[in-house]
Ligand binder design. Structure first.
Ligand code: CU
Length: 367
């Protein structure tokens, strides 16, 4: 009888412990977001953007994304200059994440063991803890998961921000990217009419500060931390040696030019985490432009050049009306043609004489 009592008491104690554990564990499972459907978003290399709907289908979701921090040497110009970059998912800029207002972004950030530095991520689109920067510091060989709610519609920058002078150092080493949060019911013009696009390209503009040796040649640094003080010296001049799209001079030209066709509406998302820029499409216009990226504001229309301040992303939509090669650039033409901030857009289709016609070919004039 006594043994039975003892057994019963033990069972009750175990039950109480189990119930207690359940009570303490369960609060972590009662967040609103835990009840939502989960979508895995496959991030893609810029200038491409993940598959997405302009108008949200169904209610809010948890969008799971994964990014790995890589520290590697990139060739950043046509002369073969090598520069050690820090990158999200192996690319400069980091990949674009797309969601709708009310969705949650759940990021798994991984830093492989072979890395050398501490990294984190500050999402300008998020709210709290330095944009998540305070909750995502990871050392080589660590991973962290951060979930944040998308409350503001627009295009926003994200970047690494480990603290002190490491913040600009990591950002100008390429550790930045962008997020697009669409309104659930899509984009609207100033009269509330829907605006759509057929495709989107994402241009990450990057300023690099590469030190030169006594002969004026760009220095190469073989070891991970080597260039820090030298690079800092160039950074202090506020004069970049390279301003590039997609990580290198010419990265979006020739074979890698952006593509479109007459009649197609293309969104261009332009992000710059550190420096002001002024996108322009030679041969076209910004039909609809959100220069600071807020989709709550009506888009400005028919702009020739628009302004995206450093630490922001902007968006523009243009419907191509003529075939040919367009140049999408930073219209500081020195930064575009000498430092590298330009891309080409190859547009196919039928020429419209009504919009433009060469009435006389270049011909000799009578003296
Ligand atoms: Cu970093």
């Amino acid at each position: 009888m006594k043994e039975k009592d003892h057994l019963l008491r033990n069972i009750i104690v175990v039950l109480i412990i189990c119930l207690g554990l359940l009570f303490f564990i369960s609060p972590a499972k009662t967040d609103e977001a835990d009840k939502l459907p989960v979508v895995i978003q496959e991030l893609v290399k810029p200038p491409f953007v993940p598959r997405h709907n302009i108008v949200a289908k169904g209610g809010p979701k948890v969008i799971k994304v994964r990014m790995t921090v890589t520290e590697k040497v990139l060739t950043i110009d046509e002369e073969g200059t090598k520069f050690r970059v820090f990158a999200f998912n192996d690319s400069v800029p980091g990949p674009l994440i797309v969601a709708h207002v009310g969705d949650y972004i759940e990021l798994t950030l991984v830093s492989p063991k072979k890395n050398n530095f501490e990294h984190n991520i500050d999402f300008h689109a998020s709210t709290g803890a330095l944009g998540g920067g305070g909750l995502t510091h990871i050392l080589p060989g660590e991973a962290v998961i951060l979930r944040w709610k998308a409350t503001k519609p627009g295009v926003f920058v994200y970047h690494c921000a480990p603290g002190g002078s490491m913040v600009p150092w990591h950002v100008v080493k390429g550790m930045n990217g962008a997020v697009m949060i669409l309104p659930r019911d899509g984009l609207k013009d100033r009269h509330g009419n829907p605006i759509t696009y057929d495709k989107a390209y994402y241009i990450g503009e990057q300023d690099f500060y590469v030190p030169k040796d006594e002969y004026g040649r760009y220095k190469e640094f073989l070891h991970p931390g080597d260039g820090f003080s030298d690079v800092l010296k160039v950074m202090r001049t506020l004069t970049p040696t390279h301003v590039v799209f997609n990580g290198a001079v010419g990265a979006l030209e020739g074979e890698n030019a952006l593509k479109s066709k007459v009649g197609e509406s293309v969104m261009f998302i332009h992000a710059q985490s550190n420096r002001d820029t002024r996108p322009h499409l030679i041969g076209g216009h910004g039909d609809y432009v959100w220069p600071n990226g807020s989709f709550n504001d009506p888009p400005r229309t028919n702009l020739e050049t628009w302004f995206v301040p450093g630490g922001a992303a902007g968006a523009m939509i243009y419907t191509f009306r003529q075939p040919g090669t367009y140049v999408y650039l930073n219209h500081n033409l020195i930064e575009a043609f000498i430092l590298g901030a330009k891309a080409e857009v190859n547009v196919t289709g039928k020429w419209n004489d009504d919009l433009m016609k060469q009435i006389m070919e270049p011909s000799k004039i009578a003296e």
